[in-house]
Design a protein around this ligand. Structure first.
Ligand SMILES: Nc1nc2c(ncn2[C@@H]2O[C@H](COP(=O)(O)OP(=O)(O)OP(=O)(O)O)[C@@H](O)[C@H]2O)c(=O)[nH]1
Ligand SMILES: [Mg+2]
Length: 189
């Protein structure tokens, strides 16, 4: 895997051009977005897994093996950020989605937390407009039986709210579980 950081986009004047499919990683702060990019890239520090939740305030773009461009977007629904900061988040992400052709959205959530209001609104919207993959992260944190329940609950949530999902996968960036499967799904090889 040959992966590299391309650029950061942080304001409305910037537009990124590429021939490669663009895949966005969306999820709450701290759900494991940057860690997933590092795991997919097989690189420890490519996306600099932030120590402080909510620190990533820019759209960070990565070339993944010359096959796709991954966009690491700022985390949403972080309770400790102010209303003003949340507005900035909406501004930046909506701008980014409008200006660029998005090939797929990776909808991340921490497997230990049942999807909440934030996920519901965002997932529903995203699934009506884009190809979507739900990625449940940090699966190493649950015991097999807990994992089974969590996956069943997630499936019920997706069914009940009629969210159109193309693919679902549970991963651990820490233990590298199902990372290869996700690479194949994203055609990174
Ligand atoms: N056990 C375990 N911890 C993980 C895993 N993935 C991420 N983490 C931890 O979760 C925390 C947040 O991970 P990040 O990858 O920085 O999360 P993020 O979504 O990029 O967060 P923001 O950039 O703040 O939005 C870090 O302490 C990671 O080490 C995983 O698969 N297993
Ligand atoms: Mg991050």
């Amino acid at each position: 895997m040959q992966c590299s950081f391309i650029t950061s986009i942080g304001n409305h004047t910037q537009k990124f051009e590429s021939e490669l499919p663009l895949v966005c990683i969306m999820g709450r702060s701290n759900c494991g977005k940057s860690s997933l990019i590092n795991a997919l890239a097989n690189h420890k520090t490519l996306a600099r897994a932030a120590k402080t939740p909510g620190r990533t305030r820019l759209v960070n773009l990565f070339d993944m093996n010359g096959k796709i461009v991954l966009a690491d977007l700022p985390g949403y629904g972080y309770a400790r950020i102010s209303k003003g900061e949340q507005q900035k988040w909406h501004h930046l992400t909506n701008y980014f989605f409008d200006k660029h052709q998005i090939d797929r959205m990776l909808l991340l959530h921490d497997i230990r937390h049942f999807p909440g209001e934030d996920e519901l609104a965002f997932w529903k919207d995203a699934s009506e407009n884009y190809q979507t993959t739900v990625v449940s992260t940090k699966m190493d944190k649950l015991k097999p039986r807990e994992l089974k329940t969590a996956v069943a609950n997630l499936e019920e949530f997706i069914r009940r709210h009629r969210i159109k999902v193309d693919h679902k996968v549970q991963v651990s960036s820490l233990k590298k579980t199902n990372i290869e499967q996700l690479r194949e799904h994203l055609e990174l090889k």
